[in-house]
Design a protein around this ligand. Structure first.
Ligand SMILES: NC(=O)c1ccc[n+]([C@@H]2O[C@H](COP(=O)([O-])OP(=O)(O)OC[C@H]3O[C@@H](n4cnc5c(N)ncnc54)[C@H](OP(=O)(O)O)[C@@H]3O)[C@@H](O)[C@H]2O)c1
Length: 296
């Protein structure tokens, strides 16, 4: 009972693989042989059907009995089977499969490595999480019917009521603008905190003006204000419309040639919440409408 364990003969993995392969080849060849026998018997039957029993006697494509075509077609299938067993097997066998698999795995690994390189690092992800709150961010803009907002770094029209509205809304608040819009003012506007966005590192601004290098940084710099405004121009509007929650638009009912435009307001994203129409008069050279849009 407690004697020595009997030695069980061990077959190593390679041997097992060889045996399995040999069994598989035997099966393949047996199947080919059976196919050959069925082909011979089947051919005799086809001849008997056609010539002996007269089945489809009148059907003679190219003036030849149909059994000839049937047998030729079958012969072709048999030759294809033979080709698979003796030829295809040689270059599409196990080694070939393994080689293809290795190639596929190498390609996938290469793609994973490339994807890893494009993924943001943990640091960047942490920074992204710190995106400033934009829930009160409002865009204020005057745009023509064709969305024109400026030409040669100047406004195109003079609408006195629009300037008054701009002053009333923005006074006491942070106004975020691109460097070009800032340069379009003769001097900083009174009673407002200017936040100027530029990529230049040595750009000089008067005291009190906050200089930043991105829209995110501008929003961050305005976080003490519960109602910061984006006041333009075209480049900054394009970026801000993706994050702002409100648009105070003055729509001038006229079209103008221009070099700067406001982006199209997508009504699947923005809901019109207020609209007040004004006719032109001696202080306002065109008809216009004050419109408020809220992000849906
Ligand atoms: N109708 C209106 O309501 C209204 C309002 C405002 C302005 N406007 C008009 O709009 C025109 C000016 O607009 P604009 O598009 O030419 O210029 P802009 O938007 O005022 O300023 C563009 C500049 O902002 C900086 N900038 C933009 N994106 C940045 C980013 N992501 N990071 C860092 N800096 C960035 C760059 O400054 P640097 O080149 O220094 O790097 C860029 O050249 C003028 O005609 C003006 O009169 C119209």
């Amino acid at each position: 009972m407690f004697g020595k364990k009997k030695d069980i003969p061990q077959i190593d993995k390679d041997q097992l693989e060889l045996i399995k392969n040999a069994q598989k080849r035997i099966k393949q060849k047996k199947r080919l042989y059976v196919h050959f026998v069925i082909f011979l018997i089947g051919s005799v039957f086809l001849i008997l059907f056609n010539l002996g029993l007269g089945f489809g006697e009148s059907f003679k494509p190219l003036d030849t009995n149909w059994f000839v075509f049937a047998i030729l077609f079958w012969l072709f299938l048999f030759l294809y089977h033979t080709f698979n067993v003796f030829i295809t097997h040689k270059f599409m066998g196990k080694d070939w499969e393994q080689h293809q698999l290795n190639k596929l795995v190498a390609k996938q690994n290469e793609r994973i490595e490339k994807l890893k390189q494009t993924l943001p690092s943990d640091d960047t992800l942490l920074k992204k999480k710190a995106i400033p709150n934009t829930s009160n961010l409002t865009i204020i803009v005057a745009a023509a019917e064709n969305d024109a907002i400026g030409k040669h770094n100047k406004l195109i029209w003079h609408i006195s009521d629009d300037l008054k509205r701009f002053k009333n809304l923005t006074s006491g608040h942070h106004i975020i603008m691109g460097r070009k819009t800032f340069e379009s003012f003769p001097k900083p506007l009174p009673n407002r905190t200017h936040v100027v966005i530029t990529r230049q590192t040595d750009y000089k601004v008067p005291q009190g003006v906050i200089l930043v290098n991105s829209l995110d940084a501008a929003i961050e710099a305005s976080k003490s204000d519960n109602q910061p405004y984006i006041i333009g121009g075209g480049e900054i509007y394009k970026q801000a419309i993706l994050v702002a929650n409100k648009i105070e638009l003055t729509r001038i009912h006229e079209s103008f040639p221009a070099d700067t435009f406001f982006p199209k307001i997508d009504t699947s994203i923005w809901k019109e919440s207020n609209t007040v129409f004004h006719k032109k008069d001696e202080k306002n050279e065109f008809d216009f409408t004050f419109l408020t849009y809220i992000r849906k």
